[in-house]
Structure formats: structure tokens, C-alpha cells
Write a protein that binds this ligand. Sequence first.
Ligand code: GLA
Length: 386
Amino acid sequence: MKLTIEDVRSRFIKHFDGTTGSVYASPGRINLIGEHTDYNNGYVFPGAVEQGIIAELKPNGTRTVQAYSIDLKDRTEFSLDDEKGPSATWARYIFGVCREMMALGVPVEGFNTAFAGDVPLGAGMSSSAALESTYAFALNDMFGGNKIEKMELALVGQRTEHKYVGCNCGIMDQFASVFGKKGSLMRLDCRSGEYAYFPWNPKGYKLMLVNSCVKHELAGSPYNERRLSCEKVAAIIGKSHPEVKSLRDADMKMLDEVKTEITDEEYRRARYVIGEVQRVLTVCDALEAGDYETVGKMMYETHYGLSKEYEVSCEELDFLNDVAKEEGVTGSRIMGGGFGGCTINLVADELYDHFKEVVKKRFAEKYGKEPIVIDVVVGDGSRKLC
Ligand code: GLA
């Protein structure tokens, strides 16, 4: 069921002093193509979804933040002036955003807040970016006179992940959450910050997410390790090709030149990234030509790379990808960081209902429970609701 303002407001009233504050929302995201390219300075192609976080906030005249997570039924408080902050992960996101906004000169004061979300957790749909963006946007509006630009709000979320949660993520999720626009996907150049909106209304196709419900946890080391491998390979290539500052600048020939200086694992990881940077560009051209077969083919190639070269898949996700292929789905791949979560599928209209049935049935037969199918509706980015 769709989360509403009332769901949050009723809890805010109950858990605080009975008054109301201001309500803000930010979405989770999908990504058509361009996975693990953001921290390699390449391109990504995300869009916001309708699911997200809704939070109510009201200044409380102190230096303390009183926060209530409606979904977890957990309450905590922290001082804005305490450098350590709370220990609960959900609260660390809010704490990190407060501290990073203060570092930008926003005179953040204490506030009461309650929030809830309908982005499935650990599904690779960026529930944490939705949380960060909601508070970055809200604090900018409530205390900062909206002086901080949107890209900086996204960077506040990213720094929160790096410094307070331990995930060295790229900028895609926070960018998509802040900048999302109903009906449009966005292509972002993660090096220059340039972006363009692409209206998403493919004739004859729809996007479907299939959530394996295998929970992924990006704050752990596997994600950060991959990022380190990429940076290491780029630095080695850069010794003989100074123009290569990150893997976005490298090609397969350069990678082959350094093959003996790196491990097989590093080679495979870099190979995936170099291929993926190109695939995003191929997809952009294909979209302009209305060529969805090519878009789909690139998605399958991405899945192969994420599974066999970057090694961020799992058995359940590979199975979902196989079912899609066998059923004639145009494109399918792991979405987001990997290690669990969803596949994103480009499905022809006439196959949509059939595939939904079959994928649920076959997954349930094998793993004992149905995956959750999510129809994608591309929604708006961070905003004030009331
Ligand atoms: C996670 C990170 C992003 C990005 C994706 C993979 O969602 O937060 O920055 O790296 O994984 O594309």
C-alpha cells in the first residue's frame, strides 16, 4: 500500500507534543543501465520511483534531535553538537546529514521528527539515499533558506554514507533521489555532474522489478573492495597513460597492457567497468533510435558482467535472469549494488502479465517463496509535501 502523509503525521502527533510540523519526501530509484560506473567517473541512467521516504519535522527550540522510526518502532535522540552521534544505523543517516549540512554553514537547530518509508529495504532501490535526501532537503528548507544547491544536497547524502555509515558509494542514488522527475529517466555524467532528462515512455514496453528478497548490505566490505580494485587498476594504467584518471578513461587495450601487473580478479573487475561505461552510451543511442532490442541486449550483457566479472550477483538473481531470458523478456539484469535485491526487466507489453505469473511461480518452486514484483512508475525527486 502506498505510504501517505497521514501515516506519518498520525505517528508524529502521537510520539511528540501533539502539534504538527512540515512534511518532506524523497524517492528511491531505479537504474536502467550504468552499474558501478558512478565511482569510476562514468555515466549512469537512473530515475526516481514513486516509493520513498516521508518525514515530518518540527524545530523544538533545543540542540537535540528527537527521532522516531515508524517502521522500526524505534526512538532515539542525539545532540547536534556531539561528534560521535547515535549508534542505530537508521539514526546515523539523519545525524550524518545534520552534521554535513552544519559543515556547509546551515544553522541547523534541534527538531522532532518521525519518518516512514515504502522503498523495500535491501532491494537495491536506495532506501538509504531516500532517507538522506529527505533530511538534506528538509534542513535546507527549514534552516538554510534553500541556499544549498541540489547537487550539494546529493553530495551531503553521499558524504553521510562515507563518513557515518562506512559505505564508499558513488553519487548515483542521492542524485536520482534529489533530481528525479516524474516520467523521466536521467543520464548523469558522474565526472562533470552534467545531466539530461530523458522522457521515459517506450512504446510497447514496460519496466518491471523482481525483488529476490535476498537482502543486500552495502555498508560491508565487498562493495568498498570493488571500488578499491577499480582505483588501483586505474592508477596502474595511469602510469603509462597519464590521461587515465579513472576507469572511465581507459579502454580494453590499456587494460590488457597491464594484465601482468594486476590479479585476475582485478582484471575482471576493470573489464566489467570499461565495458559498462560503453554500454550506457550504446543504450543512449539506441533509445534515441527507439531500438529497445539493443537496450535489452545491453541489459543482459550488464547482468553477465555483474555476475561473472564483477561478481556481485547471487544464485537467486542469476536464476531470475535466466527465467527472463527463457521467457523472451527483452532485457533483464541485476539492479543497484548487487549481492541481492532486484532485477530490472524491460518487458514487452504483451508478455508483461504472463512473465509476472511465470517468474513468481518458478522462483517459488525453487526457493520456497514468491519474489515481489514491482511495477515501475517513474516519479518525482525530493520535495516538500506540506
Ligand atoms: C549502490 C551505490 C551507488 C552505485 C550502485 C551500483 O547503489 O550506492 O553509488 O555504485 O550501488 O551502480
